[in-house]
Design a protein around this ligand. Sequence first.
Ligand SMILES: [Zn+2]
Length: 392
Amino acid sequence: MARKMADPSQPKPEWFGRVRYFEKNLPAMVQSIREWVEIESHSDDKAAADSMSAMLGQRFAELGGQPKAHRARDYADHLQIDFPGARERKPVLLLGHFDTVYPLGTLAHMPCHTENGRLYGPGVLDMKSGIGLMFHAIQALQSWHGKLPRPITVFLVSDEEVGSSSSRKITEELAKESGAVLVLEPAAGTRGAVKTARKGVGEYTLAVKGIAAHAGLDPAKGHSAIVELARQITAIAKLNDLRSGVTVNPGVIRGGTRTNVIAAEATVEIDARIQKASQARGLDRKLRALKPKDKRCTLTLEGGINRLPMERTTGVAALYAKAKSIAQQIGWKLEEAAVGGGSDGNFTAGIGIPTLDGMGGVGEGAHAIHEHIIISDLPRRAALLAGMIESA
Ligand SMILES: [Zn+2]
């Protein structure tokens, strides 16, 4: 129960007690996270990720939650767990994902292990430690209060790393029923900042069709899709506008068949990011306005902006202010950050529900071989999450 505090700037001993509670429980917290890292759950492997989903459902059910699987065809089933609590308040939505970017078998050469106070392993930062924080914060609230101070909805999706196409609707529906959304994605940087703004993200593919010809016998008859693509890529790169936060990255190119054939086809896949929702249209229009320089080539553009930006609305700022004042109780100056990557928090903030992201683990190397979390940061983050569940 969040008691009325006379002077919120003065640290309160009860908050230190809470951090100590989680310090005592740290081995159990690390054990949960480790167990879940050791179940591989690549987005594209439904069978493997389904066992992760089932195992998490079981664990949260043991805490008294009501698990519900949302069937998905191409990805693992998304997992919703409802916890009853004091009814007069809207639920808080704890949002996360259990899929990872690591193909099955990654554990063999990237085993989960601790070293220098860090826990390493595929998906440990992004974001199995976030799920661990949810689990242990709920457990703590139950033991402190007897019952939960408000209803909690945990929603863990299986397709976040691949764009959340099959979970997005459910995420938005659950957010609409909630008073606030706390996203347990990794914190920003090793100082553990929460994320109050995220860029919007899109993906485009530009395909060029040219005219094939023998490079030696008929060079004049060919119209190279590769040469045309090269010109288009130069034009696309010019759309970068770092100052306004619009970036485009022609990240993957393909084309041609043999060196002695003038290429008939070539494509580029483009990552696009925007800082404000209002920039989506303009960027889209510019990409669609690309014209072939070689008139015998044709261009086809597919794709679009998938996640609109999470903007720092007043609702977002108010949640951050609460988090900051809770952190202050334990002598912690909680920072905020605006980041370039998108998450499902973009969806919930996009429909106007106050959202605070980056509430999860602290570490480095998401999606990389050295992915890890800093173990000693877990207790205060769990205390912060518990406090936010109470008061957000
Ligand atoms: Zn993530």
